[in-house]
Design a protein around this ligand. Structure first.
Ligand SMILES: NC(=O)c1ccc[n+]([C@@H]2O[C@H](COP(=O)([O-])OP(=O)(O)OC[C@H]3O[C@@H](n4cnc5c(N)ncnc54)[C@H](OP(=O)(O)O)[C@@H]3O)[C@@H](O)[C@H]2O)c1
Length: 330
């Protein structure tokens, strides 16, 4: 089609003796070309085609943009962005994801979900930050309505018992009533997955944790919360949902610079037996976003860690290759 349109334009150039007539014809062909590009863009954002996965959708989108770059103004590209909600957007990793989405506004319309007006203020208080509690399905419906993809970064957060002195003894932790992992990491994540499915979301990225293969993992006894068990249950629920998913089971999270380490993937907690069991939050955030851009990330679940940011390690930049190497579905 493009060849035909361009061919017509070339013919016009060659055959025009009369400049005024030529200009009129060129305008006509220009209009035709714009109509053609609008059609191509509209096709690229067709959210109703069941066979169109988000990765494929992104590829179509990139293809459409290339075609239209031939002669159509860049403002038309905006209609082709995908809308992404990150929950736990005031959390330590969620904040980074929200910021990255906003920085990449050519690709994404970013939204955040936080738990309170106070935390909304903490991340800038923009209109695209919704307030809701994942344990209450109704409260999160407005945030999920109309999104193309969901990144789940909510988690129960254990609190240190008052009076604990970590310098003298092993600190004790507890969960507040109603905020145990069962309510947050299971019911809360399930509510998000159900709402997303009902509104036709095309991909869900869920950040979980390594350690879930061992029911006796010490983290499960933290505050008697069985946190890894409930997280695992939510992961299984997502994998069974039929929605294209990416489950990232992170190692110990570090508040260190992202984009400077070689990322490594593993399965079944095998990395926990090695020296490389940690990963910067900024890298986890980047993997969450990149998972939306490559079809190879879909229907995959994997452990994520990183090599130290020193020596001869090469920082991971090629995420298509990174996701393509992963073969584990759960
Ligand atoms: N820490 C580690 O070393 C480690 C290791 C592996 C995996 N992970 C996992 O990686 C993920 C990200 O960790 P992180 O440390 O960056 O997260 P985080 O800072 O603990 O953030 C968790 C977020 O969840 C939100 N949240 C909790 N209950 C909620 C509710 N009922 N409704 C709405 N939001 C709720 C919290 O909101 P508020 O701000 O309002 O409390 C908070 O913003 C988590 O799933 C975590 O379990 C952590």
């Amino acid at each position: 089609m493009l060849a035909i349109v361009l061919g017509c334009l070339l013919d016009v150039d060659a055959g025009m003796a009369d400049l005024a007539g030529g200009a009129l014809l060129l305008m006509g062909y220009g209009l035709l070309l714009m109509l053609f590009c609008s059609y191509t863009l509209a096709d690229g954002i067709d959210r109703t085609r069941p066979s169109s996965t988000l990765g494929a959708f992104m590829n179509e989108r990139r293809g459409s943009r290339r075609i239209c770059a031939v002669s159509v103004s860049a403002t038309m590209v905006d209609v082709n962005k995908i809308t992404v909600l990150v929950t736990g957007a005031a959390g330590r990793t969620g904040q980074i994801v929200y910021k990255k989405l906003k920085e990449r506004s050519d690709l994404f319309t970013g939204r955040g979900l936080v738990r309170s007006a106070e935390t909304k203020k903490q991340i800038g208080g923009a209109d695209d930050v919704f307030v809701g509690d994942i344990r209450d399905a109704d409260s999160i419906a407005p945030a999920i309505q109309g999104i193309d993809a969901l990144i789940i970064l909510t988690s129960a957060v254990p609190k240190m018992k008052p009076g604990s002195d970590p310098s003298k003894e092993r600190p004790e932790f507890y969960f507040e009533d109603g905020a145990y992992p069962e309510q947050v990491d299971w019911i809360g994540q399930k509510n998000q997955i159900d709402a997303a499915k009902a509104s036709g979301v095309k991909q869900i990225v869920l950040v979980g944790s390594m350690g879930g293969t061992n029911p006796n993992h010490p983290l499960n006894s933290l505050g008697n919360g069985n946190i890894l068990i409930w997280k695992r249950k939510a992961e299984q629920y997502l994998a069974d949902s039929g929605i294209p998913y990416t489950i990232i089971r992170a190692g110990g999270l570090l508040d260190k610079e992202g984009g400077v380490r070689e990322l490594i993937v593993g399965k079944d907690d095998e990395l926990l037996q090695t020296e490389t069991r940690t990963v910067p939050r900024a890298d986890v955030a980047e993997v969450c976003i990149k998972a939306l851009q490559f079809e190879a990330a879909q229907f995959k679940a994997f452990d994520l860690a990183s090599k130290p940011d020193e020596g001869t390690y090469v920082p991971t930049k090629d995420f298509k290759a990174f996701f393509s190497r992963i073969t584990t579905r759960f």
